[in-house]
Design a protein. Structure first.
Length: 263
């Protein structure tokens, strides 16, 4: 039997926890689940439910707390023989160094900047629905969300118009949710401000929600940015908010180059 240490993020805490812990338990191992300090409640509930279901004490352990105080000792512990981590690149590097020093297996999921590629002969209504869902589901914070929209130049304006028509009537608290923490809220707004300074234009959205939201709600308008250059921060880095960036292309080779132009 080995012990798996599974560190999970705040954006889909129960899903991320179960997909790491379930196969480990099924294979006869014990697990230690360390959830994000911002979203620990579902992991604690999972621990209680498994105990009530008859899982022996010590087989699934939920340990809460911040990374330096809890995460580092866990991944450094000699009884932990495999690590699964989902989160930021910075923390992933730190966890990876510990795993390398200990020579134990590690699985890292450190985000993404996935794309939706649309050619001129595509079904634009279907493409618009898919693009809109990328920023509405979970308000954007999904590692595999297709938040880069690469569109053949001749249909870019029309596709953006159709996406805007879908997003413009979506209401906060009903069709999309708030941003999870004040720092993340400020980060998304800061990236939008930087994009405007660099010449990007919000075809729809682009700001925090002002009307029809709870007084303290951290809601950001579903946003589509155009006039985006490939070297802009919003085109290269994960925003983790309800923001879609649209870039045009003229040829398949250009589309492939743009698709691969991120880390």
């Amino acid at each position: 039997m080995a012990v798996l240490e599974d560190a999970t993020p705040w954006n889909a805490p129960l899903n991320q926890a179960c997909r790491g812990i379930a196969p480990a338990l099924a294979a006869g191992n014990a697990g230690v689940l360390k959830p994000s300090e911002f979203t620990s409640a579902t992991s604690l509930a999972l621990g209680r439910i498994t105990a009530e279901a008859g899982l022996p004490d010590g087989v699934l352990n939920v340990v809460t707390g911040v990374g330096p105080a809890v995460g580092t000792p866990l991944v450094s512990h000699p009884l932990v023989r495999r690590i699964s981590f989902t989160g930021s690149v910075v923390t992933g590097r730190a966890v990876g160094r510990i795993a390398a020093e200990r020579v134990i297996p590690i699985a890292l999921e450190l985000g993404g900047k996935s794309l939706l590629l649309v050619f001129a002969d595509a079904d634009l209504d279907a493409a618009a629905r898919a693009a809109a869902m990328a920023v509405l589901i979970n308000s954007g914070p999904i590692c595999s969300a297709t938040t880069r929209l690469l569109v053949e130049r001749g249909v870019q304006d029309e596709l953006v118009r159709r996406i805007g028509a879908i997003l413009s009537d979506k209401r906060p608290g009903e069709h999309f949710g708030p941003i999870v923490t004040p720092p993340q809220f400020d980060k998304v707004l800061g990236m939008l401000a930087t994009a405007r300074q660099e010449g990007a234009r919000a075809a729809v959205g682009g700001h925090k929600c002002e009307d029809g939201v709870p007084e303290r709600g951290r809601y950001i308008q579903p946003t589509v940015l155009t006039d985006v250059k490939p070297d802009m921060q919003v085109a290269r880095e994960e925003i983790f908010g309800p923001v879609l960036v649209s870039l045009p292309f003229d040829t398949e080779d250009e589309a492939a180059a743009l698709a691969n132009a991120t880390q």
